[in-house]
Write a protein of this length. Structure first.
Length: 234
């Protein structure tokens, strides 16, 4: 494989860590002071610092090593796809891998926009030849731009790009049209590479929470994937 495109997790390549934004030790310690939170963490087995680990492959993805020869599918998305605050086996790409027997190459990156999903897909789909691609679209309130040769994600509350952000994000039509166009481009990219794109619907029910109490938990991931698999022809 050629040298891959970079992203914010690239510096974590070939490492294992216990914490990841927004699942930080500081937030966990603060949440542990609440009795109900502690009881939940204890029930989930998240009551010590090394309860959850994040292992990243050679390209900074929470995924097995990327090998083109392996029968695989690609998962795209942001922290909900990375599995922030969750053991990797409980995150939706892993659940699909368990259900289909096809290796999940999880290319999720925390804080990522749909633009970045397309940018990574444009590189990795031809390299990995996946059977199919599944994207859990990041919030449409995010956009990626290239600045000083580094890709940056900007959000609706950004101060650095205040003038642009206030004008562009002032109308939801801009955000959702941009999302629709990017998903269309991603679908076309998959078509050209002889694989099918599936768009995973938003988590329709929040049944539980991850360790950071900001992301959805294992039951929510499982519920969403069970519903998805009933209709998806994988």
């Amino acid at each position: 494989m050629q040298i891959p495109v970079t992203h914010v997790q690239s510096n974590l390549a070939n490492t294992t860590v216990n914490w990841l934004p927004s699942d930080t030790k500081e937030r966990w310690l603060k949440n542990c002071k609440d009795t109900a939170n502690w009881q939940y963490f204890e029930h989930m087995g998240w009551n010590n610092e090394d309860s959850i680990t994040y292992t990243f492959n050679q390209y900074g993805f929470r995924s097995p090593p990327l090998l083109p020869s392996v029968k695989n599918f690609i998962a795209l998305g942001c922290s909900f796809t990375v599995g922030t605050g969750l053991p990797v086996k409980t995150v939706w790409p892993s659940l699909i891998e368990q259900a289909t027997g096809i290796t999940a190459y999880n290319l999720g990156v925390y804080g990522m926009s749909l633009d970045a999903c397309y940018r990574l897909a444009r590189y990795y789909i031809p390299q990995l030849n996946p059977r199919f691609v599944i994207v859990l679209p990041p919030p449409p309130t995010r956009m990626e731009i290239l600045e000083n040769k580094i890709y940056q994600t900007i959000m609706f509350d950004s101060t650095k790009y205040k003038s642009f952000v206030q004008n562009w994000f002032a109308y939801k039509e801009n955000m959702y049209l941009h999302q629709e166009k990017t998903l269309g481009a991603l679908e076309n990219l998959c078509f050209k590479n002889n694989c099918r794109l599936y768009v995973l619907p938003e988590f329709d029910k929040i049944l539980d929470h991850a360790r950071d109490l900001m992301h959805q938990g294992p039951k929510t991931h499982k519920h969403t994937i069970e519903n998805f698999l009933r209709t998806a022809d994988l």
